[in-house]
Structure formats: structure tokens, C-alpha cells
Design a protein around this ligand. Structure first.
Ligand SMILES: *Cc1c(COP(=O)(O)O)cnc(C)c1O
Length: 393
């Protein structure tokens, strides 16, 4: 029903089922890019001629749109980045470096694991990992034990697992962490495409956002920083546009958010991000929820009819992605075959090798949905899977 808003689907007859990797962009987001380049291309926050002012105004408008979208209190709590990876690296290197322990979950994306290793943290030595059970459920008891053993830890946990679609109860995680005086960052890369997040309701300290997984252009994202942490947050990059005053002896920096947005930003992308969020507001999370539940359940029902399929988590407490394997079949072979039949999905470790190792597998076949997917996509997928299996068995 919503595919008509996305030019990609006018140009391709493909069952696109890789939305956890990136989503498609609605026409108005694509148009907002060319509009900036064709009609008012100029740098922001620097020059003061007409188009420079317009570019700055549109850029700042995107900040306001995102602020309202996630219900942050202030514009300066929204700092634009390249995406979740940069958001996490920024907070890791500027804020978390002095924390003794970082606590993550078993289901983290490499972007929320590798930056901690780069700080010299290892399991049991600056890094702790919360267990999960066989259904990939977050182990709250273990989490509480880790919080007790590691006072004032930094907790960095994904909201929705990109590899399995598992949703963490982040409200409960944040509450428990705060009880033990821990500071919490949520990796929200998969969140905004599927469910409403509200910074006040969650009372989260840092929340990382990905634009390209939320119908916006690639190379844009943000980090929400609760106001009380802004004054102790150091810039991890500095240079043009971050300064108040510079001479050859010293420099003084501006306040948030400018102090954190060094150099010329992805102006077109950030303007497109605002446009994407406005589009998403028009579609509405109520509609997204209804469509996605329906198609997700249909997907699950149809997959379960295929013999020898292996799942790793129940569909309850999951959203967007379904990950599975077939007995004695390598996921990569399935990926190659279904691609030839017009089905785009991802096979492999989905940037989450540690959990794959824990499960004793190399990877999975992952189908990840967005609200524009329909029964037709699922039917094409199931037909392609059946054909591929008959060729491989
Ligand atoms: C995609 C993803 C990331 C990385 O996000 P980018 O915006 O592409 O840098 C991090 N965590 C999760 C859970 C993801 O799905």
C-alpha cells in the first residue's frame, strides 16, 4: 500500500526484505536532496547570504523535527552524526573513557562491541556482557548482579536486535540501571523505523539514532544526549564551526550542539532526515504497527510450514526481523539462489558474530520487514525459498 511512495519499487520488481540493513527512501526525501543541491546549496552556520541562511534554517529545522519526534526537551540535546556507529564511537571516546566498566547485552551489533575493545576493554576487565537464555531473552537477574558488582557502570544496550528482531525492554533496563547509579546509552538503530520512542518516558541518558534505517539518506544519524550530561561531554572532533574564538595559543568552543558538529556536515542528508521523519509522522506508527504485525505474523506462519526450519527466538517480543536456518543448509547458498529469483535478504552473521558463536552457528538467513512490505513479498520469498531448498537438498 505504501510502496507507491518509494521510487525504488517503481523501478524494481524485487521483494526487498533487507530493511534491517537499510530502508528505502520515499520520493520526497530523494527530492529534498536534489532541491538542496539545485536550489539553495550553501554551507550552514557560516556565511550570511540568502541561500546560506536558508540552508542553515532547513538544517536546524531537521534538528527541531527530530527533537519533537523523539520528545527530547531541547534542541541542543540532538547532535547530528553519520549514524549509530559514529554516535557510539563519539560517546565511547569522549564520555565513557573514564568509566571502569561498560555493560552490554549478548545481542549487540559490532558497532556496540568493537569501540569498547578499542578502549582496551575485555570480558571481565572493563567489559561485562549480560547473558540471555535460549529464547534470547535478556537476563535481568544477571544484569542486576553485574550492576551490583560494578558500581556506576556505563550500560550500552541495543533496543532491537538487528540479527534476530528481539526487542529489549529498555524501559525496565534503564530503570534498573539508574537504581544502581549507572548511565545508560541505547542503540536505537532499529527503533524509529518500527516503534515510537519517547526520551522523557524512557528517561534514557544517551540514545543513538540511524537515519538510513529510518527512510532517510545514508551517512546521517544522531545522538540524543540528556541535558545534564552536555556540560561534561567533550568534543571528540573539533575544528571549523565548533569554535567561539581561536588564536594560535588556544581555542574556546561553542555550546552544544555546534561544538560537537565539526566540519561541514552532510547538509543534504540532514535535511532529508527531517523530511523522512515528517513522512513517517504522516504514515503514523499506529498504521505501521498494524501492517507490520500482520505481515510479520504471515511471514512466521508461512515459514513454519517449511520442513526442517530452525528458529532462535519466538516471534513474541520481536519486531521487524525473523532469523532462521534450515538443517544442513548453508545460509549463503540460500542467499545466492533467492537473489536470482528477485528476493533480497541477508545471510550471514549480520554484524553480530559473538551471538552467532554463542549459538554455535556461522550465521542465519534473515528476513527483515518494513511497513511497505506486503503479502506478495512474503509469497515471493516462500516460493523462492522452496525452489532453492529443492535445488540444494
Ligand atoms: C545498523 C546498526 C548499527 C549501525 O548503524 P549505522 O547507522 O549504520 O552506523 C548499530 N546497531 C544496530 C543494532 C544496527 O542495526
Amino acid at each position: 500500500m505504501f510502496k507507491k511512495d518509494f521510487p525504488y519499487f517503481q523501478n524494481n520488481e524485487i521483494a526487498y526484505l533487507d530493511n534491517a540493513a537499510t530502508t528505502h527512501k520515499p520520493k520526497e526525501v530523494i527530492d529534498s536532496q536534489s532541491e538542496y543541491y539545485e536550489k539553495y546549496c550553501a554551507n550552514t552556520h557560516r556565511s550570511s547570504f540568502g541561500h546560506a541562511n536558508k540552508a542553515t534554517q532547513k538544517y536546524e529545522e531537521s534538528r527541531k523535527i527530530l527533537k519533537e519526534f523523539i520528545n527530547a526537551k531541547l534542541n541542543e540535546e540532538i547532535i547530528f552524526t553519520k549514524g549509530v556507529t559514529e554516535s557510539i564511537n563519539f560517546i565511547a571516546s569522549s564520555f565513557v573513557k573514564n568509566f571502569k566498566t561498560v555493560i552490554i547485552s549478548s545481542l549487540e551489533h559490532h558497532s556496540n562491541i568493537v569501540p569498547w575493545h578499542m578502549q582496551g576493554r575485555k570480558l571481565g576487565d572493563g567489559l561485562a556482557v549480560v547473558n540471555c537464555n535460549k529464547n534470547l531473552d535478556f537476563d535481568f537477574e544477571h544484569f542486576e548482579q553485574l550492576l551490583k558488582e560494578n558500581p556506576k557502570a556505563f550500560v550500552s544496550i541495543t533496543h532491537i536486535s538487528n540479527a534476530f528482531g528481539k526487542i529489549h525492554d529498555i524501559k525496565a533496563i534503564i530503570e534498573l540501571a539508574h537504581k544502581y547509579k549507572a548511565v545508560v546509552m541505547i542503540d536505537g538503530a532499529q527503533s524509529l523505523a518500527h516503534i515510537k520512542v519517547d526520551m522523557q518516558e524512557l528517561d534514557v541518558d544517551f540514545f543513538a539514532i540511524s537515519g538510513h534505517k529510518t527512510f532517510a539518506p545514508t551517512g546521517v544519524g544522531a545522538i540524543y544526549v540528556k541535558q545534564k550530561y552536555l556540560k561534561n561531554l567533550e568534543a571528540y572532533q573539533t575544528g571549523g564551526a565548533t569554535i567561539n574564538q581561536v588564536d594560535f595559543n588556544s581555542s574556546t568552543l561553542l555550546d552544544s550542539p555546534y561544538k560537537f558538529e565539526a566540519g561541514t556536515q552532510n547538509i543534504a542528508g540532514i535535511i532529508g532526515f527531517g523530511t523522512a521523519l515528517q513522512y513517517l509522522t504522516r504514515v503514523g506508527y499506529e498504521n505501521i504497527e498494524i501492517i507490520e504485525k500482520d505481515v510479520f505474523n504471515y511471514l512466521d506462519k508461512e515459514l513454519k510450514k517449511i520442513p526442517n526450519i530452525i528458529f532462535y527466538n519466538d516471534i513474541e517480543d520481536s519486531i521487524g526481523s525473523r532469523s532462521f536456518n534450515f538443517e544442513n543448509i548453508t545460509p549463503d547458498d540460500i542467499g545466492i539462489l533467492v537473489d536470482k529469483m528477485g528476493v533480497s535478504l541477508r545471510v550471514g552473521h549480520h554484524c553480530a558474530q559473538p551471538i552467532m558463536k554463542k549459538l554455535g552457528i556461522k550465521g542465519t538467513i534473515r528476513v527483515s520487514l518494513s511497513f511497505y512490505n506486503d503479502y506478495n513479498d512474503i509469497n515471493n520469498l516462500i516460493n523462492a525459498l522452496k525452489k532453492a531448498l529443492s535445488m540444494l537438498q
